[in-house]
Design a protein around this ligand. Structure first.
Ligand SMILES: Cc1ncc(COP(=O)(O)O)c(C=O)c1O
Length: 287
């Protein structure tokens, strides 16, 4: 059985899932998205991702396409139809279909809703985590509202491609003061020389990662020291460990920054422990 997508009220074969050419997401990047990790066919960190979806939409004055309860049912049905246990749910809402014009359509168009489900090979993901990944740095060049999870991702696309061409997995944006803001699709962390965890505070222009938030709770419960304080790429290289977090990467050790080894250049115990604890927590609370 092939993949099934949800498009504006209908489940359709993935290959035939299309939106109108005047969808404002397609023409203007006028929309938002959200991604949930699936554990045993259930949504990880469900509440956090729904809350951020509602906030992103409200910041852009786009209506929720349906209630959170109804949306949960549709997502569950999409997961069921795709028979995916371990994977990702991608959900996108745009300001709908209207003749191209930068201002909001009058009268408002119904928001467009697309949901896709993809499979993740968790064994391969674990093998990757055990080896660690490299990141490259790139100048921060995004707009001033990175707290909104908008589908307008061109700087992130170019940053990710830069990483790929350098044989790295992720790119870290670095601001004018030399501090890492976040990854192209993840939040950035280090374990500094004193064993203290550090990640950028959310007053900075970054996405409030749901995985980041849950991990902060886990870290607190473990009694580890943590500071929401910026770090430079040099500090990451001098740190004991580094890692990234996100619904796609979960908690993923970083062993090199711009080709320079982080600490001793090996995957560290703190990142791997936090990965295990995060996954345990996400599995236990998935709905
Ligand atoms: C720019 C950016 N930062 C951080 C994250 C991590 O967020 P979350 O943990 O909610 O997936 C993402 C996820 O896609 C992202 O795109």
């Amino acid at each position: 059985m092939g993949r099934i997508a949800y498009v504006n009220g209908r489940f359709v074969p993935h290959g035939q899932a299309v939106v109108h050419i005047e969808d404002r997401g397609y023409q203007l990047g006028d929309g938002v998205y959200e991604v949930w990790a699936l554990f045993g066919g259930r949504l990880g960190d469900a509440e956090g991702h729904f809350a951020r979806l509602e906030r992103s939409l409200s910041e852009l004055r786009i209506d929720m396409p349906m209630s959170r309860r109804a949306l949960t049912l549709v997502i569950r049905e999409a997961v069921r139809r795709n028979r995916v246990q371990e994977g990702l749910v991608y959900l996108q809402v745009t300001r709908g279909v209207a003749p191209r014009d930068h201002g909001f359509p009058v009268p408002p168009a119904p928001p467009s809703l697309v949901i896709t489900v993809s499979r993740v090979d968790r064994a391969a993901a674990e093998a990757r985590a055990a080896k660690g990944v490299g990141v490259v740095t790139t100048p921060e060049n995004r707009w001033g509202r990175c707290d909104i999870k908008t589908i307008g991702l061109l700087p992130n696309v170019l940053a990710k491609q830069k990483a790929r061409e350098a044989g790295a997995m992720e790119a870290w944006f670095v601001d004018d003061l030399g501090f890492v803001t976040e990854g192209a699709s993840s939040n950035a962390w280090i374990v500094d020389r004193d064993g203290r965890l550090r990640t950028r505070d959310t007053n900075a222009n970054i996405l409030r990662g749901v995985t980041r938030r849950t991990l902060l709770d886990v870290i607190g419960e473990e009694g580890l020291k943590v500071e929401e304080r910026p770090f430079t790429a040099d500090e990451a290289v001098a740190a004991k460990e580094a890692f990234i977090t996100g619904a796609g990467s979960l908690v993923l050790p970083v062993i090199a920054v711009d080709g320079r080894p982080v600490g001793d250049g090996k995957v560290g115990p703190v990142a791997m422990r936090l990965r295990r604890l995060y996954i345990e927590r996400a599995k236990a609370t998935a709905i």
